[in-house]
Design a protein. Structure first.
Lengths: 440, 488
């Protein structure tokens, strides 16, 4: 331990300008964060520019400290000076971990606690939240930088490695975010990716510090990157939903909530229409009975199979409530909808969860545009915060009080009765939408 | 020159993989930029990612080429070689111009050509942009020359930015007198900063390359960075303001005459200032004589109050005073014809508390920018992009219930741009003013207006642009004003 502390002190002396840069940016970030700092209308444009660039610089300075600290005792090659010094790999690894905890994790923790205290949240009350934030910050911000540092010889190589990883991961992530929307269950995917990153990085660190197997370590990191890319593409909604449902205290099994076609209403939703190029919007009045009071149905995901008129699977649906009346909204391809419009159809619907639409008691309400800001869970459905970013206060999604899944059938005599017109028919200008197909 | 070319060739051989990465990145950026008007021109993730890569690769290339002949310390190999520091500096400058600057110009010309635009038409704007990028390049060389390795270079970049941020934040909250938020002076601030940056870079490069005086060079660098941060707060904006008005195209005296109105209530009082040392007022005023169809944008207002005992307080030009229509947003500064408006001013408590109830003489010198009659173009709403006069492009995109429209122009924005969504069914109209560019490095396109609206029926979208006709000053002179009557 004494040797590890000596190494930490040596590193701190050597890297003080980089640590100073990180601290300076962290302080500036803390006092200007627009999430909780309201700005004056007359703030100069240069000030706004600074606020926009700060997060990038904060990440950059954090990575610089981590990579520099690890590479002070380079792990590539067998001619490194420290191999002849009287300390083992465990001491060195321990020293680097201690250094990062002291000069990266601790300042970030103090910054987060300070922000909470400034906003009248007791940091002690939210200690577990702060802990989880540290965990995910370490996994997604520190661990990748440390892994690149041990697998490369210099900062230049580490940057090149980061660029390669970014080029691989970024398009996959963007594509996955568009193609597979996990919505409120995103935290399950984030946690799974976090676990993969943690295992991959720990393995690479152990291999490098113990044996300096650079090629194998790089291989492990490459596998980790590809595993992350794979995870980003996965769509195991069912298992994720089952995990989420198990985590909640309130269970809604087969009990009383019932969903069915509301035959007392017809036509289309008065307000919540939806338009996408090349699609027709199917708007079905839906009735939800026996839900708990002070709660409303919230869409997690809708899978609808349409049989009869057309055989088609839809997963782009949503449930909206307007003046206490619910609407199931789906988008169908225009051509197929036009072809099947006059025929009967049966919808096989699998539906959702149950959410509470209020801020938690401890939330800061109305700081910005009536957004609910809370230190608790940035993702209202998660049991712990999975955000990797430093900010301790984030927008709060309503927390679910229960989850349930319902599969039911709706029989429509004529699909056309529930189809809104195409979003636009004249390519030059206007948009023609018929809201009430029954009115004509 | 021959020596410089030798060093240049050596650097090219040494750094060709990095040059290749950079050129590849630039090609990808150019391709995305050239297809941007044809696609939905909203901000794409790919573009953001490439710009982020750009911001990493450019400093990396600068540091690589400068650090190839390191300048810190006394034991550098090249000191013993038979070439002068001038040749070395020339070689490095040549490398960065040839491989960093020139390809960007080629890329921009290609983007313009691929969209049917002629580079010659935009040469002036491109050259102005080139001058500023050369200044940044020179600063990059200077920072690289005072650092030993990439780690130090990045640390200096971060510390340089942090110092700017800290000075700006400290002064923003504690100095009354910044005025960078006004529309026309931002280029002046950037110009002044560019001059300081160029001077700093020149001195540092000369010191480092001629005598490797790293300590002194670092001091000069720190001084330059602090000076750049201080500039927005110390620039004589009043003088610039008067200069602009004096040399502007003439505007008739009858345009935008000001007079004090009787006290009336401002329906919603925007919370514009939290400075506890000042009391803020919204004085009701009448504005008359704005030509039909034109707009007058309020710029700076210098207010002078003279008490009965002769004591005078003057805000100076840099105070955040303005004439506005009551809107909380920046668009409130645009006066859209004759009517009743407000003069916003901040008076220090030291003066206000003593003379709030006694009649004072108010004299406000207000400067305006007169914006001409609009050019109106219809924007399509069918998901197809379109070309508008002046090399502008507009695109639109549907996402569920929302119609987004984005309009681009090569390099330069008009003085004012507004996207209007009209809903004939309901008679409703939504307006969206100019929007920011986002993080677009070396892009040909600048976003002139971008907006998104929820659409529930027929919709017509138009783009309205205006250019500056002239700048002018008007004086509001009122005696016997009791400030207490105007407290909101």
């Amino acid at each position: 331990m004494k040797k590890a502390i000596q190494i930490v002190m040596k590193d701190a002396v050597h890297l003080w300008p980089r640590i100073g840069a990180f601290f300076a940016i962290l302080i500036v970030y803390a006092v200007t964060d627009p999430t909780y700092v309201e700005r004056n209308r007359h703030d100069p444009s240069i000030f706004i520019l600074i606020i926009q660039i700060l997060p990038v610089l904060l990440a950059l300075s954090c990575w610089l400290v981590v990579v520099s600290a690890v590479q002070l005792e380079s792990l590539i090659g067998s001619e490194q000076y420290w191999l002849t010094r009287p300390f083992g790999w465990r001491t060195l690894l321990g020293a680097k971990v201690l250094f990062i905890v002291l000069f990266v994790n601790l300042p970030v923790f103090l910054y987060q606690a300070w922000v909470l205290a400034e906003l009248d949240f007791s940091p002690l009350t939210y200690l577990s939240v702060l802990f989880w934030r540290q965990v995910f910050f370490s996994i997604f911000m520190i661990a990748p930088a440390a892994a690149l540092a041990v697998a490369t010889k210099s900062l230049r190589q580490a940057i090149a490695g980061a660029l390669i990883v970014a080029v691989l991961i970024e398009p996959t992530g963007v594509w996955a975010a568009r193609a597979v929307n996990w919505g409120e269950l995103q935290w399950i995917k984030t946690t799974a990716i976090g676990l993969v990153v943690l295992v991959g990085v720990c393995l690479a660190l152990l291999l490098q510090y113990r044996r300096r197997y650079a090629a194998i370590s790089r291989g492990v990191l490459a596998v980790t990157v590809f595993a992350c890319m794979l995870l980003l593409q996965l769509r195991p909604w069912g298992p994720a939903y089952a995990i989420q449902a198990r985590l909640l205290d309130t269970r809604v099994g087969d009990s009383p909530i019932r969903t069915s076609l509301d035959k007392s209403r017809s036509g289309a939703s008065p307000d919540e229409g939806g338009y996408r190029a090349g699609t027709r919007c199917l708007e079905i009045p839906l009735r939800v009975d026996n839900g708990p009071e002070d709660a409303r149905l919230s869409t997690n995901r809708v899978f609808v199979g349409i049989s009869g008129a057309m055989n088609y699977w839809v997963s782009n649906g949503a449930y909206h409530e307007n003046a206490g009346q619910g609407w199931l909204i789906l988008f169908l391809p225009s051509a197929e909808a036009a072809h099947a419009g006059g025929q009967p159809a049966t919808l096989h619907v699998t539906i959702w969860g149950l959410g509470r639409d209020t801020c938690p008691p401890a939330a800061l309400f109305e700081l910005r545009d009536r957004t609910c800001l809370s230190p608790y869970l940035p993702d209202g459905y998660a049991p712990f915060p999975t955000s990797a970013w430093l900010r301790p206060i984030e927008e709060y999604s309503p927390r679910a009080i229960a989850y349930f899944a319902r599969t039911f059938e709706i029989h429509l005599d004529r699909l056309d009765d529930y189809l809104a017109q195409e979003a636009y028919s004249n390519p030059e200008m206007s948009l023609k939408v018929k809201f009430d197909s029954n009115a004509e | 020159m021959r020596e410089a070319l030798h060093i240049f060739r050596k650097d090219v051989r040494h750094l060709w993989p990095r040059i290749a990465v950079w050129l590849g990145l630039l090609t990808a950026l150019g391709w995305l930029d050239s297809t941007r008007p044809a696609r939905t021109p909203s901000f794409s993730h790919q573009l953001v990612a490439l710009v982020a890569l750009y911001l990493v690769v450019v400093p990396l290339l600068i540091a690589s080429v400068i650090h190839a002949e390191e300048l810190t310390g006394n034991r550098r190999y090249w000191v013993t070689r038979p070439f002068s520091w001038r040749s070395l500096l020339l070689a490095k400058g040549l490398f960065l111009v040839v491989f960093l600057d020139l390809p960007v110009s080629v890329m921009q010309s290609a983007v313009l050509a691929s969209n049917g635009l002629n580079t010659v038409d935009y040469l002036q704007t491109m050259l102005a942009g080139k001058a500023s990028s050369l200044v940044y390049l020179a600063m990059g060389i200077a920072l690289a020359s005072i650092t030993k390795d990439l780690g130090q270079f990045v640390t200096w970049l971060i510390l340089g930015f942090a110092s700017q941020a800290i000075v700006t934040i400290l002064l923003t909250d504690h100095v009354r007198g910044f005025a960078v938020s006004q529309s026309w002076d931002t280029p002046f601030v950037f110009l002044a900063q560019a001059v300081v940056m160029a001077a700093t870079a020149g001195i540092v490069c000369w010191l480092q390359y001629s005598s490797r005086a790293t300590g002194r060079s670092r001091c000069v660098c720190i001084g330059g960075l602090l000076a750049m941060a201080l500039l927005p707060f110390v620039l004589p904006l009043g003088a610039i303001n008067e200069y602009l008005v004096r040399f502007s195209a003439p505007v008739a005296d009858s345009v935008a005459r000001l007079s004090l109105d009787s006290p009336r209530e401002l329906s919603s009082i925007p919370n514009w200032s939290w400075d506890p040392r000042h009391r803020y007022y919204h004085l009701p005023i009448d504005v008359a004589g704005i030509p039909w169809g034109m707009h007058a944008a309020s710029e700076y207002v210098a207010v002078t109050l003279t008490a009965p005992n002769g004591e005078t307080w003057s805000s100076g030009w840099n105070a955040p005073n303005e004439i506005h229509s009551g809107q909380a947003t920046g668009e409130g500064r645009v006066l859209r014809g004759d009517g009743k408006y407000w003069l916003y001013m901040e008076v220090p408590h030291s003066f206000n508390d003593r003379f709030v109830s006694v009649p004072v003489h108010l004299r406000a010198r207000a400067t305006f920018t007169l914006l001409g009659v609009p050019q109106i173009a219809r924007v399509r709403t069918d998901g197809q992009s379109q070309r508008l006069p002046g090399g502008r492009f507009c695109g639109n995109e549907w996402r569920d219930r929302f119609l987004s429209a984005t309009c681009l122009a090569p390099f330069r924005k008009p003085a004012e741009a507004t996207l209007r969504f009209r809903f004939p069914d309901t008679g409703k109209m939504e307006e969206h003013g100019s929007s920011g560019d986002g993080l677009m490095v070396n892009s040909v396109w600048t976003v002139i207006a971008s907006a998104s609206e929820q659409v529930k029926g027929p919709v017509n979208v138009t783009l309205e642009t205006r250019e500056v006709v002239g700048r002018f000053e008007r004086v509001l002179d009122a005696a016997g004003v009791r400030l207490s009557e105007y407290m909101q």
